[in-house]
Design a protein around this ligand. Structure first.
Ligand code: SAM
Length: 248
């Protein structure tokens, strides 16, 4: 069964969401349809808005000082890179870290590659074609080899199998004590707040029943099954959160 939506359908969904949601909701959704189909540099308005707040959180958790980095550069693997804007924004602030974007949608590779090639510090790698439901060794990644994993706005806009795949892969492929950072809207104790997130969740489910805002309690259980502990929850603009997970 193929869960994934084509880029074209996904773009139409993004336009649908943009029209139906309040203007200040931070959803990675609003961009020009023709741009995405051409696969050129994309600018997602939500990514433009949230890149800097997320960077401020990353600065608290990622080793920035190049002198403190050992001989081999730490690897920061992004799952579901979308346009590629996030890593383009982050990479210059961590010149000793290698940023590896990845995506299931090859139509986004033109945009991600554009950002990788124009990254001033040259530490953003070309994108990997990667479906997070597969084991990362399918892509040549070794167990216990990744220093940071990062995924923004994927869990709620994909079937739950993708969330399970994200946690299973983080548990297996992150080094001990390494971090996974996830960003997006989340519910807590089964309660979604505020109303804009309730409406967003309803719109997601109306579009595709297997999509929807994930509950932090379910994620904590998934973390426990995969040797990952939630060590911090950071409130972000537009009713999103950044969750910091540590591999035990
Ligand atoms: C809402 S976009 C988020 C893009 C970007 N992270 C951001 O925040 O702007 C969700 C992304 O998840 C990707 N995606 C969906 N299913 C996936 C899977 N099974 N494996 C990897 N990526 C997937 C989609 O192709 C899409 O680019």
């Amino acid at each position: 069964m193929r869960f994934y939506f084509s880029a074209k359908k996904f773009c139409h969904f993004k336009v649908f969401i943009e029209r139906h949601m309040s203007k200040n909701k931070d959803i990675a959704c609003a961009f020009n349809v023709s741009e995405s189909i051409k696969g050129e540099k994309l600018i997602y308005p939500a990514a433009t808005r949230n890149s800097e707040p997320i960077l401020q959180v990353l600065k608290r958790f990622i080793i920035c000082d190049i002198d403190k980095i050992e001989d081999v550069s730490p690897i920061f693997l992004e799952i579901a890179s979308g346009s590629g804007q996030h890593l383009f924004h982050f990479a210059p602030y961590f010149p000793g870290v290698k940023f590896q974007p990845s995506e299931i949608d090859e139509n986004l590779f033109g945009s991600i590659t554009y950002y990788a090639q124009t990254c001033p510090t040259k530490n953003m790698l070309p994108p990997l074609l990667l479906d997070i439901r597969n084991k990362l060794n399918c892509y040549g990644i070794d167990d216990n080899s990744i220093d940071y994993m990062y995924s923004a706005n994927m869990m709620h806009i994909s079937p739950y199998e993708c969330t399970v795949g994200l946690f299973e892969n983080a548990g297996q492929y992150l080094k001990t004590d390494a971090l996974m950072i996830t960003y997006g809207p989340y519910s807590k104790d089964g309660v979604i707040t505020p109303q804009s997130n309730i409406d967003f969740n309803a719109a997601l489910k109306a579009r595709e029943p297997s999509w929807g805002i994930r509950d932090i309690n379910d994620l904590i259980k998934l973390g426990e099954e995969n040797s990952l502990s939630l060590i911090d929850t950071v409130e972000m603009p537009a009713n999103n959160k950044t969750l910091i997970w540590k591999k035990n």
